[in-house]
Ligand binder design. Structure first.
Ligand code: SF4
Length: 878
């Protein structure tokens, strides 16, 4: 009996072991959380693989990696049209990431949708609103104070149920909430992270095969972990949050074939600086850039993140690398071993099929790649380090480097910081510090804490650096730069990703160059743009010459990452009782009025509002810097629309051959709102003064009448006095004239003041707003207003003929000035319609003012021509 029992037990256990062996991995797979913060959402590889099978069967051809990830996220893989560059895909992204500036409008739109719960996990990262001024700690405290209304609003954004939105601010926000002006909600907990959003995405939310959309161009950073992470507008993010399939034109695929190995001074940044040079800022439009080849394995995961990050600068939808051991290492180092294990078991989804076809292939041999410096004013103007000095001289770039900046979400990995500090240490060994002002922006709380713990931050400080808050800061124009006045020509160098005119310090004369962190550090030691660390020597404090050795540094911290302060708090399990209150007088936040329900009819025959030519970035559409603070206020942010830079706009009404060209030239008019306010204020003043004036006049007239009545009484009385007739007449005349004369001068004085103010206001508009997009309609409105006003003066003037010729004269003058204004407006309109103004101002295709005789002008032109030849997607020339 006992033997039988034992046999049964053994049989059952063996069967259990066999079943476990067969199915356990599948069960584990199903339960891998999508991130370490989202315990109830799981990696959907199984679903993706099933979808992929359907699509592969239908297309019957090898697929690229990006096609696999994209098509496996189709809403309807069985029926979706799939033609690269043509069909519109309806997709189901896995999650949404938002930065604090754009998230405000996303939240308002989501509120307007009336939904109570988001469809996919989402996070908000508070980083864009922190201005770099003094140092990390002080700047953060200041940002919390300045932005408390916005942070409080974001903190109150509570959506119920797991899988809702996690919100991001600073550790101090919880305290802030206690004193908030908003109605506090029960059980409200702050959800906090301060970080550069795209570094946060790589560290926490991206995973191989993910489809993630983010309200930031550089969400694409996540391609370094083998996912498709795509920067989208707020409305797209709302679609995804509201469970509406997200539409994307089926992208083409540009392949970058990497051979050789990265080594020495050459870094991942140089790969993307080279790709940007080849593709230019528009060469990636409508395409995904996919890297492949044996060279990939010589790049670290964070290095791949850097390359993907700057893929936004070629206009690509996104960039991606195939899953490999470097990604596995990074996943493990960031506490995501289960994801790495799962990805290891899903190779068919995470790499391209052999024989997959790319629309265009670029070859780069990493062993031959030279370090590059790109700029100024555009990230695709590339200079190999060996040519930089010569190019700088021939293009008259300022040679002295005023500031060197490393960090941002592009280049702030542990590896970047370690390699940069290895250069700084060499300089300090020879008694040198950074000659240029030097700033370090850690890309995340994790990086900040880790480099503080491991000593790099302190070594940077000893080198003379300022370690800023782990936020966007100078990268997005949140930089209170004091060393150079606006308008002064100067050079800076950074490891950021964008260097368009005035992006960083709002100074259009700043020549901003891009390079790897190690090269930025080396050039900052020399303080010169023409320094080549590969060949040139520096002079130490002891007068001895020395040459910098190649940078070196750990890819990942040997002691693991320090997570830093706990900056994350999950959304509440129940948030339905949360109250969100927005002050109607706020200039930072404004609730949106929901659209009417769609009546089922498409909008047809619509006018294209804007078609832009040249290098257009989000900054051109909605300039950041000082305007970032209005991103939660539709009315205020609308004042910023299209004023970011000089842009040519061509408006072509559909089905008509008539073109209308309007030039926007509002770089210096970031504050046009102020002009509007001044105008309104002055106009109000004029009206008040007039009302008072007329009131006084009426009063004076009344007094005159009273005086007249008194005079008549006097006259009647005195007429009875027989011997003083002559004297009476004299007295009456004096009394009659005195009040009339007083009121006349008083009214005349008031009119002169009023009309002076009117003319001043007109001049203000003529000289400051004539160039703006808003100008023409405003001008017409004002002209009508002034004309009506002047006519009113004329009528009143004629009616009150006793007032005198001066009043009539000033009225005529006022009318003439208004009429002149009207004529000028017509002339200007006509000029822009014909495009004359564009030519007359000698602007380049990007709208930047250029001297035709400058070498830079010719260089840019010929370079553009060359690049146009290489550009398969060259857009129509407008
Ligand atoms: Fe954008 Fe720069 Fe911030 Fe990165 S660090 S998210 S590139 S502003």
């Amino acid at each position: 009996m006992e033997t039988e029992n034992v046999s049964i037990m053994l049989g059952l256990e063996t069967a259990y072991a066999l079943l476990y062996w067969k199915y356990s991995s599948k069960m584990i797979k199903l339960l891998v959380p999508i991130s370490r913060f989202d315990k109830d959402s799981y990696i959907p590889y199984e679903k993706l693989q099933n979808n992929l099978k359907v699509v592969k069967k239908r297309l019957n051809r090898p697929l690229t990696l990006s096609e696999k990830i994209l098509y496996s996220h189709l809403d309807d893989p069985n029926n979706q049209d799939i033609i690269r560059g043509q069909s519109y895909l309806r997709l189901r992204p896995d999650r949404v990431g938002m930065q604090d500036a754009l998230a405000q409008m996303v939240m308002f739109q989501f509120i307007a949708s009336g939904l109570s719960k988001v469809a996919v996990p989402a996070t908000i990262h508070c980083d864009h609103l922190i201005e770099a001024q003094i140092d990390g700690v002080k700047d953060l405290a200041r940002a919390i104070d300045i932005n408390k209304e916005v942070y409080s609003f974001l903190n109150r954004w509570r959506l119920s149920e797991p899988g809702s939105i996690a919100i991001v601010v600073s550790p101090d926000i919880e305290e802030l909430m206690a004193t908030s002006v908003y109605t506090p909600a029960e059980n409200l907990r702050a959800v906090t992270i301060i970080s550069s959003p795209n570094r946060i995405i790589l560290e926490n939310y991206a995973f191989p095969g993910v489809l993630l959309v983010g309200t930031d161009s550089h969400t694409v950073n996540g391609g370094g972990l083998g996912g498709l992470c795509i920067g989208v507008g707020g409305a797209d993010a709302v679609d995804v949050l509201a469970d509406i399939p997200w539409e994307l034109k089926c992208p083409n695929v540009i392949g970058v074939h990497l051979t050789g190995r990265l080594s020495g001074w050459t870094s991942p940044k140089d790969v993307i600086l080279k790709v940007t040079d080849i593709l230019t800022v528009k060469g990636g439009t409508g395409a995904i850039v996919e890297y492949f080849g044996p060279g990939v394995d010589s790049i670290s995961c964070t290095g791949m993140g850097t390359i993907c990050n700057m893929g936004a600068e070629v206009g690509a939808t996104t960039s991606v690398f195939p899953y490999n051991s470097r990604m596995r290492d990074y996943l493990k180092a960031t506490n995501r071993k289960e994801i790495a294990d799962y990805a290891d078991q899903t190779p068919e989804l995470l790499s391209a099929d052999s024989g997959a076809k790319y629309d265009h292939v670029i070859e780069i041999n990493l062993s031959e790649l030279e370090p590059h410096v790109n700029g100024p004013f555009t990230p695709d103007l590339s200079h190999p380090i060996s040519k930089l000095a010569q190019n700088a001289k021939s293009n008259d770039y300022p040679i002295d480097l005023k500031v060197g900046l490393i960090g941002s979400c592009t280049n702030s990995s542990y590896e970047d910081m370690s390699r940069a500090v290895s250069i700084a240490k060499q300089a300090m060994k020879h008694g040198l510090k950074s000659k240029s002002i030097f700033t370090v922006t850690p890309g995340s709380e994790q990086i900040r804490a880790t480099i503080e713990r491991d000593g790099q931050a302190e070594q940077f400080r000893q080198f003379g650096a300022v370690v800023l808050a782990n936020a966007c800061g100078p990268c997005i124009g949140q930089w209170d730069r004091q060393d150079v006045k606006k308008g002064v020509k100067n050079s800076i160098i950074s490891s950021f990703n964008r260097n368009f005119t005035a992006r960083n310090d709002t100074n259009p004369a700043t020549h901003h160059f891009l390079a790897s962190p190690e090269l930025v550090t080396a050039l900052s030691i020399a303080g010169r743009l023409d320094f080549n660390p590969l060949t040139d020597e520096l002079t130490g404090a002891d007068g001895k010459k020395f040459k910098l050795e190649e940078p070196s540094g750990d890819e990942l911290p040997s002691r693991g990452f320090d997570l830093g302060e706990n900056t994350y708090q999950p959304p509440p399990s129940h948030g339905s009782d949360v109250t969100i209150t927005v002050s109607p007088t706020s200039d930072r936040l404004q609730l949106l009025t929901p659209f009417n329900k769609w009546d089922g009819k498409d909008l047809t025959d619509m006018v294209v509002l804007i078609k832009v030519k040249g290098k257009c970035t989000t900054d051109h559409i909605s300039y950041a810097g000082p305007w970032l603070k209005y991103r939660g206020h539709l009315d205020n942010i609308s004042n910023n629309m299209f004023i970011g830079n000089r842009v040519f706009i061509q408006q072509k009404p559909p089905n008509k051959s008539r073109f209308r060209r309007i030039r926007l030239d509002c770089n210096e008019l970031n504050n046009c709102t102020h002009y509007k306010k001044i105008f309104i204020l002055l106009s109000s003043l004029v009206i008040i003064v007039l009302i008072l004036g007329i009131g006084c006049y009426d009063k004076s007239a009344e007094n005159v009448n009273n005086d007249r009545n008194q005079t008549q009484t006097q006259t009647q009385t005195t007429t009875q006095m027989t011997n003083e007739t002559q004297t009476e007449t004299t007295i009456q005349t004096k009394i009659d004239r005195k009040p009339e004369c007083k009121s006349h001068y008083y009214f005349l004085f008031v009119c002169i003041i009023a009309i002076s103010v009117e003319i001043f206001t007109l001049l203000l508009y003529l000289f400051h707003l004539i160039e703006t997009f808003y100008k023409i309609p405003w001008l017409l409105i004002e002209t009508v207003y002034y004309t009506a006003w002047s006519l009113q003066f004329l009528v009143i003037g004629f009616w009150m003929s006793s007032v005198g010729k001066w009043f009539i004269l000033t009225s005529i003058l006022s009318f003439c000035s208004s009429f002149l204004c009207f004529i000028l407006a017509i002339i200007k309109c006509k000029k822009y319609t014909s495009g004359e103004a564009a030519q007359a101002n000698d602007r380049d295709p990007d709208g930047n003012r250029q001297r035709r005789d400058s070498p830079n002008y010719k260089f840019t032109k010929s370079k553009d021509k060359l690049k146009d030849k290489l550009d398969p997607e060259k857009s129509e020339d407008m």
